[in-house]
Ligand binder design. Structure first.
Ligand code: F0G
Length: 439
């Protein structure tokens, strides 16, 4: 096949396929769910892999690390051969990805960071901080690909339902692409920082009475009817971009696979995408073995965990109720995809209480790293799985922090309140703090 230089021409070659019934659809369409109800995947082998050897791919990815211009600077498009080989002029990017992998295990160098590893009971723990993306969450990785496709296909507007982060990301990338954006938000349930972003970046907001699951149902119905391009993670191009989290972790570890990748799980898009990346990296010989995945749910919003606990025999939606608002989801769209990767990676699913989430968040915050509440589910989950003996104390564990501390300051860890009414009172509080410091 000769190189494709026109973005729409590449997209016209792509097909969607239903993992349940095998039906196919053009990948340039606006329907992301098969008639049987299952979300479509991008059909494999729609475009040939070039270069195809593991060695040549590693060399290509490593070369791009030095890029100073163009989309090669992006931690998503760096892996374009494995995500979507879209021609440069089709790409809407702002050098997303490139997020740090912080060593915080009990054996790490920095005393403050080591405390997180000690807390989790893990010597070799790394935090992949996806909150350090342009809009403060991992969503930017899927959005750069989704928005590039939307623009290349000539979409007139884009939309999503969101617990906040997808909306913030969609709003920013739509503004960059010059496309109108609609965000469907569960009224009163979106954290302040995220809402501020959607407003500031100029998205039109539709406040839905109900929760994320209701908003998701509405946007799917409306987008299809009005021909607005849907950019939730039901859109497989979003997931193609989010796969780059997996590739970037592996590259940062010099292609030595960790034992575990642990992450918060809500709508299950990220679990599916990262799992797919790890499996693909193994299939291509980029890594010698497949890391095990651990998807962590908040116990108030844990339909995936409950299904796993019945060996997948049962699966029912729930009325979600957790203070980790990003993962307050009771009817996850990517259930089938996520289940497939948990099974294929010999993975596990766990649930943690809001108390465990906020206790883990306090550790991450105090180390000077910080994250939003839902993100801390990964560390809380790693700690729990270590305590249960599922994860060994010397295992290499990567826990993903999905969002930035500033997304949700209402729930930032509280402890020291310093009043400036009176110097006396101020001094008393400072002395009080000093007294409680360890000697
Ligand atoms: N962590 C954060 C910070 C999130 O915003 C989300 C999802 C997740 C974890 C869960 O990822 O859905 O792929 O399993 N937020 C979506 C949103 C639902 O609308 O921003 P998932």
């Amino acid at each position: 096949m000769s190189a494709i230089t026109e973005p729409a021409a590449l997209l016209r070659r792509i097909a969607f396929t239903c993992p349940a019934c095998g039906a196919t659809r053009p990948g340039s369409g606006t329907r992301f769910r098969c008639d049987c109800g299952t979300p479509f995947d991008i059909a494999p082998q729609t475009f040939p892999l070039e270069p195809s050897s593991a060695e040549a791919l590693r060399a290509t990815f490593s070369q791009r690390l030095g890029a100073v211009a163009g989309s090669a600077r992006s931690g998503v498009w760096r892996y374009r051969e494995l995500t979507l080989p879209l021609p440069e002029q089709g790409i809407v990017s702002r050098a997303e990805g490139n997020t740090p992998l912080h060593p915080v295990g009990a054996a790490a160098d920095d005393a403050g960071w080591r405390r997180i590893g000690i807390y989790a009971g893990l010597d070799q723990l790394y935090l992949k901080h996806e909150g350090e993306n342009p809009t403060g969450s991992f969503k930017d990785r899927g959005m750069t690909v989704g928005m590039s496709v939307a623009r290349s296909l000539g979409a007139r507007a884009v939309a999503c339902a969101s617990t906040g982060n997808t909306a913030a990301s969609l709003a920013a990338y739509a503004a960059q692409a010059g496309l109108p954006a609609l965000v469907f938000l569960p009224a009163g349930k979106v954290a302040g920082g995220k809402l501020a972003q959607s407003i500031a970046y100029g998205a039109r907001r539709v406040e839905v009475a109900g929760d994320f699951d209701t908003a998701m149902r509405h946007v799917e119905a409306v987008a299809d009817e009005l021909g607005i391009y849907l950019l939730n993670s039901i859109n497989p191009y979003r997931l193609a971009g989010q796969r780059s989290i997996g590739y970037e972790i592996l590259q940062q570890l010099d292609w030595q696979a960790p034992d575990w990748v642990v992450l918060p799980a809500g709508n299950l898009g990220n679990t599916s995408a990262i799992g797919a990346a790890l499996l693909r990296a193994h299939e291509l010989g980029l890594i010698a073995r497949v890391p095990r995945m651990a998807a962590i749910q908040a116990s108030g919003a844990a339909p995936f965990y409950h299904s796993y606990a019945t060996q997948w025999r049962e699966y029912t939606h729930v009325q979600a109720q957790t203070r980790a608002t990003a993962i307050n989801i009771g009817a996850p769209v990517s259930y089938a995809r996520a289940r497939a990767v948990i099974e294929a990676t010999n993975g596990v699913v766990a649930q943690v209480s809001d108390e465990e989430i906020f206790a883990a968040k306090a550790q991450i915050d105090r180390a000077g790293i910080g994250c939003e509440p839902a993100s801390a589910a990964s560390v809380a989950g790693a700690r729990k799985l270590r305590a249960e003996g599922v994860i060994a104390p010397d295992a290499h564990v990567v826990a993903i922090l999905t969002g930035h501390l500033l997304k949700d300051t209402a729930q930032a860890t509280e402890e020291v309140t310093v009043s400036d009414d009176a110097t006396e009172e101020l001094m008393r509080q400072v002395r009080d703090v000093l007294q409680r410091l360890p000697a």
